[in-house]
Design a protein around this ligand. Structure first.
Ligand code: DAH
Length: 351
């Protein structure tokens, strides 16, 4: 048997390696040991090279022994690294710079943005009444934002919606794309692809080319509602909106409907609740009127129904749309809509 390599030597190396690896703690120590044993000039490769000096009869057995040892050490290194990943992540130098007496860094745990919170509250109020939540594109076609909603080109009611147009012309020289000015386009999109009955809620972001002030933002959120079926009447609209208002603003709310004009509904209304701050006596929030407007609504216009292929002789429906920030401002007493998107943590942390 060769002097260079014998079973005892392999046993001794095995023992040393195991004890050194198990004592090692830092990333540097482990990687140094790996180089020492398994590196190109390390102990194990040197032993493997020395096999050629061993008697031919013993070569096979030593070869096997050394390969087993090599694999075992690989495994040990692997285990060691996984065992203590976090610790190993720091080099010795980094560790020596750690001052464990310093107070820990507090992790900032985020909360829901007030808009998201109120979108959820609004949806939760309608879900028990059988509404389903759907979302639509923020960049919309003129066809859905206006035309299918009974707002033809050059109709004056387009002025109600100060529109950001997308600077892209089609082959006919038209600009068909815009940033949606309301969530109502989803009424047409849903009806186009669904047979009645339909009962959907559409939360989402909308855009208006407007100067900003305490009650106007150039982008904000709306929640749209639409219900279409046989025999739906204005009484269904009233009941649904009443239920919503009482869920969000308190069970003793009163509700008021007044005529208003929206091209896609007939009749159209604006819906108000009695002021929950002054109980209807008149204060700053309700502009001394005792009433607070919370949404636009109405019975879906027969033209809208036929434009999506529904027969208005058979089907009828109601629709409503409300501004989410407005609801949030009322609920939480927020006085300036610009606070929502100015990323001031002093404001956001209150929610
Ligand atoms: N889309 C309207 C707006 O942004 C709000 C609205 C009014 C939606 C009446 C409706 C509705 O569905 O029936 O001003």
């Amino acid at each position: 048997m060769s002097e260079v390599l014998n079973i005892e030597k392999i046993g001794q190396i095995t023992d040393n390696a195991i004890s050194e690896i198990s004592k090692s703690v830092s990333k540097d120590e482990i990687s140094n040991l790996r180089v020492k044993y398994l590196g190109r000039k390390g102990i194990i490769p040197a032993l493997l090279r020395s096999i050629r000096d061993v008697d031919v009869v013993d070569r096979k057995i030593f070869g096997q022994e050394l390969n087993v040892l090599k694999n075992n050490l690989e495994e040990l290194f692997e285990e060691k690294i996984n065992q203590n990943k976090e610790d190993l992540y720091l080099s010795d130098k980094e560790k020596s710079l750690q001052d464990i007496s310093l107070p820990g860094r507090k992790k900032n745990v985020g909360t829901l943005h007030p808009t998201s919170r109120v979108v959820r509250e609004i949806c939760d109020a309608f879900l028990p009444m059988g509404f389903q939540v759907v979302e639509g594109p923020e960049i919309e076609l003129d066809k859905y934002n206006f035309e299918l909603l009974n707002i033809p080109k050059d109709h004056p009611s387009r002025d109600m919606f100060d529109t950001f147009w997308v600077d892209w012309k089609n082959d006919q020289g038209e600009y068909p794309l815009l940033m949606r000015t309301h969530t109502s386009p989803m009424q047409a999109r849903v009806m186009e692809t669904t047979e009645p009955p339909v009962r959907v809620l559409v939360p989402g972001k909308v855009f208006r080319y407007e100067a900003t002030d305490a009650s106007h933002e150039w982008h904000f959120f709306q929640v749209e509602g639409l219900a279409v079926d046989r025999g739906i009447t204005f009484a269904d609209l009233k009941g649904t909106v009443y239920e919503f208002a009482r869920t969000i603003f308190g069970s003793d709310r009163k509700i008021r409907f007044r005529c208003d004009y929206f091209p896609f509904v007939e009749p159209g209304v604006d819906v108000s609740i009695d002021c929950f701050i002054c109980e209807g006596n008149g204060c700053r929030v309700c502009g001394k009127t005792g009433w607070i407007e919370i949404m636009g609504a109405g019975m879906v216009h027969p033209k809208v129904l036929s434009s999506v292929g529904y027969d208005p002789e058979i089907y009828s429906g109601f629709a409503f749309g409300m501004g989410v920030e407005r609801i949030a401002m009322l609920k939480y007493g927020i006085e300036d809509i610009r606070l929502f998107y100015s990323n001031d943590l002093r404001f956001l942390k209150q929610f």
